[in-house]
Design a protein around this ligand. Structure first.
Ligand SMILES: Nc1ncnc2c1ncn2[C@@H]1O[C@H](COP(=O)(O)OP(=O)(O)OP(=O)(O)O)[C@@H](O)[C@H]1O
Ligand SMILES: [Mg+2]
Length: 286
C-alpha cells in the first residue's frame, strides 16, 4: 500500500491544536480618520474607495503576535494617524479596532489609559523624556502609574536600563545623555511594563547611524523574545529590520510585503546569527 506523505496526511485534532496560532494582536477593520468637514475634509486614513459609492472603504489590517511591522510612506500619508489609533491615543472616525481581542471602541477614557499603560509601550522620535529627571525615575514612571510599589519599581527599572546598556547612567538627566542614550532610556521606559506591543514613531529619526544601530539592535532583541513591534520609518535601512513592510499612500495601504517569518529573530539579526561561526553560538564567545 502506498504511504501517504506527511504533508498529505490529515492532521489529528491534537496536531491541529498544537499548530493553532493565537489570534492577531491587532485587528483593524474599515478604519477611517477624517479631519474637517465638507469640501475641506482631509481623509488621513481612507483605504480604497467603494467602486459603487466612491466613499472611502477604510483600512483593514491584521498584525500577528510576535510580528515586526515597519510602516512606510511619504510625509502626510497617514502613518502617525494610524499609529495613534493603534496606540489608543486617538479614535477613528469610522471602523473597528480590536487590540488583543478587545474592541477598544467600547472603552471609556479611563479604560483606554489602562490599556495604554498595560499593553503598549511607546517610543517617539523626540524621545519625550521628562526634563531634569534621572533615567531611573523616567523608567519607573509607567510602573508608578500602574501602582507598582517603590522597591519593585526600582528593581524593574534598573533591569530595563541594563537591558538597553545604560546601567551606568541611571542617575543621569536627559541633558547629561547623548541622543542615542536618551532614546535608549525611552526604550527602557517603553518595555519596563512588559507590554505586549511596542509602537515606535520614527524612533531613529533624530539619531546618528551608530545610535540608530544600537536602538535597532535592542528592538530586534525585544522582537526575538516575542514582543510585537510596529515601527514607522522613512528609512530603508531601518525597514530592513522588520519582518513585514507596509506602505501607505494618501491614507491607503498600497503594498504589504513579508521579509521574514513572524516567529523567530527578525531578518537582520537572523542573518547575523547565521553568519556567526558555530563555536560562537555554542558559547565559544567571551
Ligand atoms: N489634527 C489634525 N487636523 C487636521 N489634519 C490633520 C491632523 N492630523 C493630521 N492631519 C492630516 O492628516 C494627514 C496624515 O497625517 P499624518 O500625521 O498621519 O502623516 P504622516 O504620514 O505621519 O507624516 P510624517 O511623515 O510627516 O510624520 C496629513 O494630510 C495631515 O495634514
Ligand atoms: Mg508622522
Amino acid at each position: 500500500m502506498a504511504r501517504r506523505s506527511r504533508a498529505q496526511a490529515p492532521a489529528s485534532p491534537e496536531a491541529e491544536a498544537a499548530q493553532q496560532v493565537p489570534p492577531p494582536v491587532i485587528q483593524v477593520r474599515h478604519l477611517t480618520k477624517s479631519y474637517g468637514h465638507g469640501d475641506a475634509t482631509v481623509h488621513a486614513l481612507r483605504g480604497p474607495d467603494d467602486p459603487q459609492t466612491g466613499q472611502p472603504l477604510g483600512v483593514s489590517l491584521d498584525i500577528e503576535q510576535g510580528d515586526f511591522v515597519a510602516v512606510m510612506g511619504s510625509s502626510g500619508s497617514g502613518k502617525s494617524t494610524l499609529m495613534n489609533i493603534l496606540g489608543c491615543l486617538d479614535i477613528p472616525t469610522k471602523g473597528r479596532y480590536l487590540l488583543d481581542g478587545t474592541d477598544v471602541g467600547h472603552l471609556d477614557e479611563t479604560q483606554l489609559s489602562l490599556v495604554r499603560n498595560r499593553k503598549i509601550g511607546f517610543i517617539f522620535q523626540s524621545f519625550n523624556l521628562v526634563p531634569r529627571t534621572t533615567a531611573l525615575a523616567q523608567v519607573e514612571l509607567p510602573l508608578a502609574y500602574a501602582g507598582v510599589r517603590a522597591a519593585e519599581r526600582r528593581k524593574r527599572a534598573l533591569a530595563a536600563l541594563a537591558l538597553v546598556g545604560l546601567s551606568g547612567r541611571a542617575d543621569h538627566k536627559p541633558n547629561q545623555l547623548s541622543g542615542g542614550q536618551q532614546q535608549r532610556v525611552a526604550v527602557a521606559r517603553a518595555l519596563v511594563t512588559a507590554p505586549a506591543m511596542l509602537l515606535a514613531d520614527e524612533p531613529t529619526g533624530n539619531l546618528d547611524s551608530r545610535s540608530t544601530e544600537e536602538v535597532l539592535t535592542i528592538i530586534d532583541g525585544l522582537n526575538t523574545t516575542g514582543r510585537t513591534v510596529v515601527l514607522i520609518t522613512h528609512e530603508d535601512e531601518v525597514a530592513e529590520h522588520a519582518k513585514r513592510v507596509i506602505r501607505l499612500v494618501d491614507g491607503q495601504i498600497i503594498s504589504d510585503v513579508r521579509q521574514g517569518p513572524v516567529v523567530g529573530p527578525p531578518p537582520v539579526l537572523a542573518r547575523q546569527l547565521a553568519a556567526q561561526p558555530a563555536a560562537a553560538l555554542i558559547g565559544g564567545r567571551p
